[in-house]
Design a protein around this ligand. Structure first.
Ligand SMILES: [Mg+2]
Length: 267
């Protein structure tokens, strides 16, 4: 049975916005490099960041470098590789790394097990490996077995399941931790967090936001701990546009009121 579509309310306070990227702000494509962020969505993101004093961050499984390419010329605060790398509002970066010999050993093992399997792609990130099997769904259990065999060898690694992808990444790294880190510093601190995401990796982000009594929004129909839902990526775009319009209207009213009060005092 499909879960009820519990649309988020109009947000009328001081919020900090966190967005997953793939499947949330951009539609999923057969290959991750094929996605595009439409100009009007980019425009609304920029406006929302401006209206929120910069309290808007992307939290994604992609690397920061990749995300910057999609949003250029904007460089938003961002957590990449599920939070293993993070850049704050001032541009300062915090990057977790794995020892080179460990990365080399894992790469070698994965290549010997998976390189010859059609449709399976090994994506190497600065401190993680993503094993994609969108084009070889019948190999799902073999890919999982390989990932589990790697993680069993290293106490500091863990698995992250996504849509047709399993990732090997450092333990203690997740989108919830990234939310907590942003919420501990300006301009996010003191605001109510809002998190939108579509995948299993986003559940930790929803859980963190729920702890702040914030607004957790699942994109799609799968089971979730998020409190609200939007149907799909176009519904996210419409929500984003509606929020920007509301905040702009509020800013215009506040500004007119300030002008009027200043005019009254001068009489
Ligand atoms: Mg996603």
């Amino acid at each position: 049975m499909e879960a009820a579509l519990n649309k988020p309310p109009l947000l009328t306070g001081q919020y900090a916005f966190f967005f997953d990227f793939d499947g949330t702000l951009v539609k999923l494509k057969p290959h991750p490099s094929q996605v595009t962020l439409p100009d009007n969505v980019q425009h609304h993101l920029r406006k929302l960041a401006d209206l929120s004093q910069g309290a808007l961050a992307l939290i994604s499984g992609r690397s920061i470098n990749e995300l910057d390419k999609f949003t250029q010329p904007e460089h938003y605060p961002v957590a990449g590789v599920h939070g293993a790398e993070r850049r704050d509002i001032n541009g300062q970066q915090f990057i977790l790394s794995l020892p080179t010999n460990q990365m080399n050993a894992i790469r070698q093992q994965l290549q010997s097990w998976l390189a010859d399997i059609d449709g399976v792609q090994i994506e190497e990130k600065p401190m993680a490996f993503a094993l994609h099997y969108r084009h070889a769904p019948d190999r799902e259990s073999w890919v999982h077995d390989c990932a589990e065999a790697i993680v069993a060898q290293y106490a500091d690694l863990t698995l992250q399941q996504g849509k047709c992808v399993v990732e090997i990444k450092p333990g203690g790294v997740n989108k919830g931790e990234a939310v907590h880190q942003f919420m501990a510093e300006p301009p996010f601190s003191g605001r109510i967090p809002v998190f939108l995401g579509d995948d299993l990796t986003d559940e930790a982000g929803f859980d963190a936001v729920n702890q702040y009594h914030g607004v957790s929004i699942k994109v799609g129909q799968e089971a979730t701990c998020a409190r609200w839902r939007l149907e799909d990526v176009p519904a996210v775009w419409a929500w984003l546009s509606g929020q920007v319009a509301y905040f702009e209207q509020q800013r215009a009213i506040t500004s007119r009121r300030a002008d009027y009060e200043s005019f009254s005092r001068s009489l």
